[in-house]
Design a protein around this ligand. Sequence first.
Ligand code: NAG
Ligand code: NAG
Ligand code: NAG
Ligand code: NAG
Ligand code: NAG
Ligand code: NAG
Length: 606
Amino acid sequence: MLPTRHGSRSKEGMDIDIASRWASASWPPLFFLLLLAGRSGRGCPAACDCASQPQAVICASRLLEAVPGGIPPDTELLDLSRNRLWGLQRGMLSRLEPLLELDLSHNQLSTLEPGAFQGLRNLLTLRLRGNRLRIVAPGVFSGLPSLTLLDLSLNQIVLFLDGAFGELGSLQQLEVGDNHLVFVAPGAFVGLAKLSTLTLERCNLSTVPGPALARLSGLTGLRLRELDIGRLPPGALRGLGQLRELEIHQWPSLRALEPGSLTGLNLSHLAITHCNLSSVPFQALGHLSFLRVLDLSQNPISSIPARKLSFLVRLQELHLSGAHLASIAAHAFHGLAAFCLLDVANNALQTLEEAAFPSPSNLVTLRLAGNPLICDCRLLWLLRLRHRLDFGKSPPACASPLPVRGKNLRDFSDILPPGHFTCRAALIQRSGPRRVSAEEGQQAVFSCSGDGDPAPTISWQGPQGIWLGRTGRVRVLEDGTLEIRSVQLRDRGAYVCVLSNVAGNDSLSTWLEVIQTESPNGTLSDTNATTLGTPGPFFLDSRGLVVVLVVGFLPFLTSVTLCFGLIALWSKSKGRVKHHTTFDFVPPRASGERGAGGNRVTAKLF
Ligand SMILES: *[C@@H]1O[C@H](CO)[C@@H](O)[C@H](O)[C@H]1NC(C)=O
Ligand SMILES: *[C@@H]1O[C@H](CO)[C@@H](O)[C@H](O)[C@H]1NC(C)=O
Ligand SMILES: *[C@@H]1O[C@H](CO)[C@@H](O)[C@H](O)[C@H]1NC(C)=O
Ligand SMILES: *[C@@H]1O[C@H](CO)[C@@H](O)[C@H](O)[C@H]1NC(C)=O
Ligand SMILES: *[C@@H]1O[C@H](CO)[C@@H](O)[C@H](O)[C@H]1NC(C)=O
Ligand SMILES: *[C@@H]1O[C@H](CO)[C@@H](O)[C@H](O)[C@H]1NC(C)=O
C-alpha cells in the first residue's frame, strides 16, 4: 500500500542523516530549527508519503534514524513505524499539537525521556510496540491528557514502577504484553481511572499483580494470557468490582481454581481456557449469578455432574470444546432457565441425553461434532431437532453402530430404516443361586450379569431397600458383583440385582441366610461387631449416671436446707445480727474425674 520512493532518497537521505546526527548529539534547538525549516505551507518530509490519506504523514519502513523534518503542523496521523529510531527527546514533537495518532512501533527506541510526548494534547493513540524499552520512568507519558490507547507490547520492560502511567487520565486501553515483566509495583496503575481493558500476556510474572490491578476501579475487561502462573489465590482480583469479562488463557500449570479466587467479582463472561483444570470449579463460580458465558475449553475436564451449575441462574452459554468430556449427567443443566448454547465439540462423549437440559426446545446452538457418538435411541431427540438446531461448522456424526458409522445426523431421512436409533432393554442372563447361606464372619459373593443396548448398569438393593454403594463391608464391585465381607446376622434378607439401561430394566432377587456360629457366651467369634455394645465392668450407662448424681445430690440439698433453717431460727431469736457465714462449696463434677469424691458435695458452716 505504501509507495516506495527509492528514487527520491539521494538528497533527502542526507537530510535525514544530518538530522539524526544532530539528534544523537542531543542538540535539540538546532534540530527544531531544522524541523521548522523543512516545512513550507503544507509540505511533506521527503522520505514520507503525505498524499495517500488526508492529514496523514506515512513514513513507515524508510530506514529513518530520527524523526524527519518538515512534518506539516496540521498532521493528525504520523506513522514512523518500522524505522530505526533509537531515542525520543523531550519536546521533540511538541509542535504537532493536532496529532491524533502516533505510530512508533517496530523501531529501536530504548529510552524515552520524561516529557518526550509533551505538547501532544490531542493525541489519542500511541503505538510503541516492538521497541527496546526497558524502563518506563515516571513522567514519560506526561502531557498526554487525551490518550486513550497506549501499546507498549513486545518490548523488554522488566518492571512497572509506582506512577509509571500517572498522567494518562483518559487511557482506556493499555497493551503491555510480550515484555519481561517480573514485577508490577502496587501503585503502577494509579491514575488510570478510565482504563477499561487490560491485557497482560507472555510476561515473566509468577503471580497475579493483585494490588496493582485493584487500583483499576474502572476496569471492565481483563485478559491474562500465556502466563506461567499456577495459582489464583483467594481474593487475588478483589477490588475489580466493575470487571465483567475475565479471560485466563493458557496457564499450563493452573490445575484448579480455589474456592475464593473469584471473590469480589461480578462477571458476565468468564473464560479459563487451555489450562490444566480437571473439573469444573463449581465452588469458585458459586457467587457469579450474573454470569452469561462460561468457557472452559481445552481443559482436561472429564464430566459435568448433575445439577451442579444451577446457581448460575443467568448462564446462556457453556463452552467446553476440546476437553476430555466422557459424560454429561442427566440434569446437568437443570436450573439454567436461559441456557441456549452448548459447545462440547471434540470430546469423548458417546451420547448426550435429552434429560441433561431443562428444556431442550430452548437450545439454539449445539456443537457436538468430533465426539464418538453412539447413535441409539438416546439420540433420537437430537434427530428430531436436527433441522432446527445450529450445529456450528459441522453437524455431529455417528461413530457407531457399524451400519451408520460416519453418517451425519443431518443426512438421516425422516423415516428411519428399521434398526436405526434403537435400544434393547437390559436383560439378566446369568446369576448365581437364588438362595445363599453363609456362616457368620464368612464372606458372601453374589454375581449378576446380562446385556442390553446400550450396555446396562448393574446396581444392587439391600434387604431394607437401600441402594448399595461401591465402598464399605457390603459393596458392589466394578464388574457388578456384590460382596459382603464378614457376614453378620443382620445381613440376612433379600438382595435384588437391577440391570438397567435407557430402554428398560430387569431385576432378580437372591436370599441370604446367615448361619449363627456356635460359640460359648462371652467369647464371640465376631468380636468387631459386638464388643462395642458390651458393657464393661466400670461402665455407667446414662440411666446409672442420673441415679448416682441424684443420690449424691440429696445429702447436699438436705444439709443446705438444714443450715438455712438454723440460720433463720437463730436470726429470729437474736434480732439483728451480722452474717459471717461462709459456704465452702465444692461443685459437683462429672463422674470419674476425681475418683469417688467426684459426685459428693460438701458444705461447711463456720
Ligand atoms: C523471561 O522469560 C524468558 C523466557 O523464559 C527469559 O528468556 C527471560 O530472560 C526472562 N526475563 C526475566 C527478566 O526474567
Ligand atoms: C496437569 O495436571 C496433571 C495432573 O492433574 C499433571 O500430571 C500434569 O503434569 C499437569 N501439566 C502441567 C503442564 O502442569
Ligand atoms: C452485576 O453485574 C450486572 C450486570 O452484568 C448488574 O446488573 C448487577 O447490578 C451487578 N451486581 C452487583 C452486585 O454489582
Ligand atoms: C425399572 O423400570 C421400572 C418401570 O419400567 C421403573 O419404575 C423403575 O424405576 C426402574 N428402575 C430402575 C432402577 O431403573
Ligand atoms: C448365651 O446366653 C444366653 C442367655 O444370656 C442363652 O440364652 C444362650 O443359650 C447362651 N448361648 C450359649 C451358646 O451358651
Ligand atoms: C475386625 O476388624 C479388623 C480391622 O478393624 C479386621 O481386620 C478383622 O478381620 C475383623 N474381624 C472380624 C472377625 O470381623
